[in-house]
Design a protein around this ligand. Structure first.
Ligand code: 48N
Length: 326
């Protein structure tokens, strides 16, 4: 049965595709599926379905295949160079930038959700398309995410295309490890006299626990956490959600910053510039980016446009690299 023709309006007339960093304008015919199947998979895998069977396995083999790797990663990343807290659009953009620029650094990402990606699986109000204002299109081209060029902004046809692409590229990096379903429930600190203002500590890593455990400390006792030591922590935990703005709220409760400015009303024009420009080290050892920053700075929110998340992640990476380039 021939596949039904995809209606014309599903093809962007001029889709700017990234080809090794150079921009090329594609036409309708270029929107072909990647790696199209050339014949039924069954022809390639086995003779026919009636004689189909998998190779043999024992349950313990599967258990050991998972646990051996997970605990080897926990052992290796117990001492990381950088920990990124939160795998939303900002944290993932940061991880991609760091992991690509500095393959010598060991980077751990700790994400409370089972599914990384934060709020970037959809655009605004659960609509699919994702808007990014220029020059964030340069980051999309770097990732190879196709978009429609609309002049001052670009549109990715589905937000999940951006998030799944940056996530897959981060996961392919050999020096980056994602620990999802894992919450940062505190910060490791060291006495530090040189902090600005009231800060007298430097952040030296994170305290972690399974997220479901973190959410049930009130109904169970003695579920003590694990730790990851790192000289630099980048916190991109967003502005809402059960753990939102985690690190800056913890800095207030530790009396390392006076108070949170609280995210202000929506002002797209000013919000995105402020978030990117002000992505910075809040206390020694802790860099904050993305929408968590709006909570500490009292910056406006920008609503359904994501360029600032991507470029705040890039900036946070460059702030972190200042530490390692010393
Ligand atoms: O997507 P978010 O929430 O955060 P960002 O800053 O990457 O992106 C924000 C963006 O999605 C917006 O909010 C848009 C632009 N809207 C603006 C507006 O005006 O409304 O990702 C944060 C991630 C999530 O995946 C959380 O699960 C995770 O951080 N997280 C944590 N992970 C580990 N430990 C924690 N304590 C923690 N807290 C949050």
């Amino acid at each position: 049965m021939a596949p039904s023709a995809i209606p014309d309006q599903h093809y962007a007339t001029t889709t700017t595709l990234a080809t090794n960093g150079k921009k090329a304008t594609a036409t309708k015919e270029d929107n072909i599926p990647l790696n199209p199947l050339t014949k039924p998979l069954s022809d390639m895998l086995f003779t026919d379905w009636s004689t189909f069977s998998f190779a043999p396995i024992r349950e313990s083999t599967v258990s050991r295949a998972m646990t051996r790797r997970y605990f080897a990663d926990l052992d290796a990343y117990a001492e990381s160079d950088i920990v990124i807290v939160g795998a939303g659009s900002c944290g993932l953009s940061c991880a991609y930038t760091l992991g690509t620029l500095r393959p010598d650094l060991r980077i751990a990402i700790v994400e409370a959700g089972v599914a990384p990606g934060g709020g970037a699986w959809l655009g605004g109000q659960l609509f699919s398309a994702m808007v990014m204002r220029k020059p964030a299109d340069v980051f999309l081209s770097e990732l190879g995410v196709p978009f429609e060029d609309e002049g001052d902004y670009v549109v990715v046809k589905h937000a999940a295309l951006f998030t799944s692409t940056v996530l897959s590229k981060v996961l392919l990096l050999p020096n980056v490890k994602l620990f999802n379903a894992t919450a940062v429930e505190d910060l490791i600190t060291r006495k530090f006299e040189g902090g600005e203002g009231i800060s007298d500590v430097r952040v030296a890593g994170v305290v972690t626990n399974w997220t479901l455990v973190s959410m049930h400390h009130d109904d169970q006792s003695c579920m003590d956490p694990n730790t990851i030591n790192a000289p630099v922590v980048i916190s991109t935990t967003g502005h809402d959600g059960p753990f939102g703005a985690f690190s800056v709220k913890r800095l207030v409760s530790m009396k390392q910053i006076e108070q949170l400015g609280g995210m202000r009303g929506l002002d797209m024009q000013s919000a995105e510039d402020a978030i990117v420009k002000n992505t910075r080290e809040i206390v020694p050892g802790l860099i904050v980016g993305g929408m968590e920053l709006s909570e500490v700075d009292g910056a406006n929110r920008m609503g359904p446009t994501f360029g600032a998340m991507a470029l705040s992640g890039v900036k946070a990476a460059e702030e972190a690299l200042k530490v390692f380039d010393l």
